[in-house]
Design a protein. Sequence first.
Length: 391
Amino acid sequence: MKTLVIGGGMAGLTYAVVACKNGYDVTVAERNPRVGKKISMTGNGRCNLGNVRLSPARYNNCALVKRVLQNVSLDEYKRFLNSCGIYTYADGDGRMYPLSDSASNVVDCLRFQLSKFGGKLLTDSPVTSVSKSGDGFEVNVGGKTLFYDKVVLACGGKSQSEATNLRGLVPPNALTPLAPSLVPVKVADMDGSLNGIRIRCSVSLYESDALLGREEGELLFRDYGLSGICVFNLSALIARREVQRKSGDYIFVVDAVPRLNELELEEIVYRRLKAGERDKAFYGILHNKLSEYVLRRAGVSASSAHIARTAKNLSFRFERLLDWSMSQVTAGGISENYLDVASLALPNGVVALGEALNVDGVCGGYNLYFAAASALYVFSAEERAKAFSLS
Ligand SMILES: Cc1cc2nc3c(=O)[nH]c(=O)nc-3n(C[C@H](O)[C@H](O)[C@H](O)COP(=O)(O)OP(=O)(O)OC[C@H]3O[C@@H](n4cnc5c(N)ncnc54)[C@H](O)[C@@H]3O)c2cc1C
C-alpha cells in the first residue's frame, strides 16, 4: 500500500517504522530540513519519552486516551522503543528517559529504523493539500502533485512552529479552536525583583472562588509572570477552557512554604518579630528576595499571623497565556466528534495521529507517549508484534 505520512515527529515516525516493517511502501513528508525537531527539544534535550505512572485523567480527552492506552500497553510501547534500539529507565517520578539521556539519539534511532526497513523520507517538503481521488488521495507535496493509496496526518500542533499545520489538510469544521498550552502565564502587578527565583512550592488555580487545580513542584518567577512545571500544568486547564471558548477570572495562589502549616510558620515568625528581627522573619525558610517581597506584601505593621498567611497565599491575577513560541503543546485540534475513534480516520479516510488530534496532556512524558501510542493503536496486534520482532 503506497502510504504518505505527513510529518516526521514522534507520531509520524512511529507510524512509518511499524508500517515499513509490515511491508507498506511508506514515504514521510517533512516540511523541515530534518525530522524530529520537536523530539530533540523535549525533556531539556534528554527526551522524556513517557511515564510509567501515567494517568489518563491528566489529559483533556480522557475517554479517547483511555481507549488508546487500553489497546496499547506500556509494555508494547517499550517493546516498540526497544525494537528501534531505544532502551529506557524511569526516574523517581515515573518519567521515562532513554538510557542515552539524549533526545537527538532517539531521533537518530527512529530515522535509522525508517531507512533500514525501506521507508522514504522527503525533507523540506511541506504538504499543502490533500483531496480524495478515486480510491486514493491526490496530495501536494513540496509543490508537486502526487498520488497515494493512504494518507496519515501526523503534523503535530501549532506550538513552536511558524505555520498552522492543519490548514488545507482537514476541513475547517473538523477543527476545534486552538490555544497554547504548557506555557508560562502573564500575571498582573508582578514584582520584577522576583525574576529568576525558583522555588519548590504548591500552586493552586482558582476561577472566582472555585478551585480548578493544584500542583506541587517547581515554580519559576519571571518579570512578566509565572513559569515552571507547576504553572505549565495549570496553564493546560486554562488553555482547555479557551478551546471551549470559555473565559474566566483566574487567580494563581502560591503556597511558598508548603512544608510548614500556617500555625507552625506563624510561631516561627512570631518569635522573630518578638526578638525585633522582622527583616529576618523567613531566614532559612525563603529566598531572601522572596522573603522581602512577602514582608512588603503583608505590610509594615502586619501581625505574625498575617505574615504567615501571606507567605502561604501569594495570589497573582492571571492576565493571559504566553504565546505559541513559549508553549510546549497545543490544546485543541482535530475533534474526536469528526473521527472514527476505532481507526482514528476522518470521514475521507485520512488517518490522524498525535498532537494534531484534540488531545493534550500535562508535563512528564504524557505528550510523546500519546503521540507514539496513537500511531501504534491504528495497527492490528499482529502487525505490531511483527514490527516489534524486527530490529
Ligand atoms: C520545548 C518542548 C519540550 C517538550 N517536552 C516534552 C517532554 O519532555 N515530554 C513529552 O511527552 N512531550 C514534550 N513536549 C511535547 C511533545 O514534543 C509533542 O507533544 C510531541 O512531539 C508531538 O508529536 P507529534 O508527532 O504529534 O507532532 P510533532 O512532533 O510536532 O511532529 C509533527 C511534524 O510534522 C511536520 N509538519 C507539520 N505540518 C506539516 C506539513 N504540512 N507538511 C509536512 N510536514 C509538516 C512538523 O514540522 C513536525 O516535524 C515538548 C514540546 C516542546 C516544544
